[in-house]
Design a protein around this ligand. Structure first.
Ligand code: SF4
Ligand code: SF4
Length: 158
């Protein structure tokens, strides 16, 4: 699968050129084969695909820039690039906006994941610290008992 975060230069290279006589092709999902794996959503640089896990995914005709990134991401080969015909040609500025919004969303998700990982690590280390404190306390108790037993050997039967 292509990178989730394209650079803006890479996006510019994908955007349709207004001078092209033929509009860019349009991705279309074959609903009979889609397994709802969401890989196409992750690969689309302009969030032009909607769907949820284990549900059929749909391409937003007015947003698809025809980059074909979703085609190689699909594990069951159910996305086809078709001539656009009368469908709406994507607005380049809209595609740039969607790209920026997606980039911000991915960053927010990444930060949330990092924060969650940090919390788990902190929780784990505080559990480890508590376990170490309990083990140290038990060691101290054992040490005291043994030294008492050393001082009063007759107590060892009790
Ligand atoms: S062709 Fe590109 S823009 Fe269109 S849906 Fe696929 S990944 Fe998105
Ligand atoms: S990658 Fe293919 S199978 Fe997976 S959700 Fe997208 S269209 Fe469906």
């Amino acid at each position: 699968m292509k990178s989730l975060l394209l650079s803006s230069e890479e996006l510019e290279a994908l955007l349709p050129d207004g001078r092209d006589s033929v509009p860019p092709p349009l991705a279309q999902v074959d609903e009979d084969w889609c397994i709802g794996c969401v890989r196409c959503i992750k690969a689309c640089p302009v969030d032009a695909i909607v769907g949820a896990p284990r549900q059929m995914h749909v391409v937003l005709k007015g947003e698809c820039i025809g980059c074909e990134h979703c085609v190689s991401a699909c594990p069951v080969d159910c996305i086809e690039m078709l001539p656009r015909g009368g469908s709406q040609v994507p607005v380049v500025d809209g595609a740039r906006q969607r790209y920026r919004a997606r980039k911000q969303r991915l960053r927010r998700e990444q930060e949330a994941r990092r924060a969650r990982r940090g919390r788990v690590e902190r929780d784990t280390s505080s559990v480890a610290a508590r376990q170490a404190a309990v083990a140290a306390a038990l060691d101290r108790v054992r040490g005291r008992r043994q030294s008492r037993l050393g001082l009063f050997p007759g107590d060892s039967d009790s």
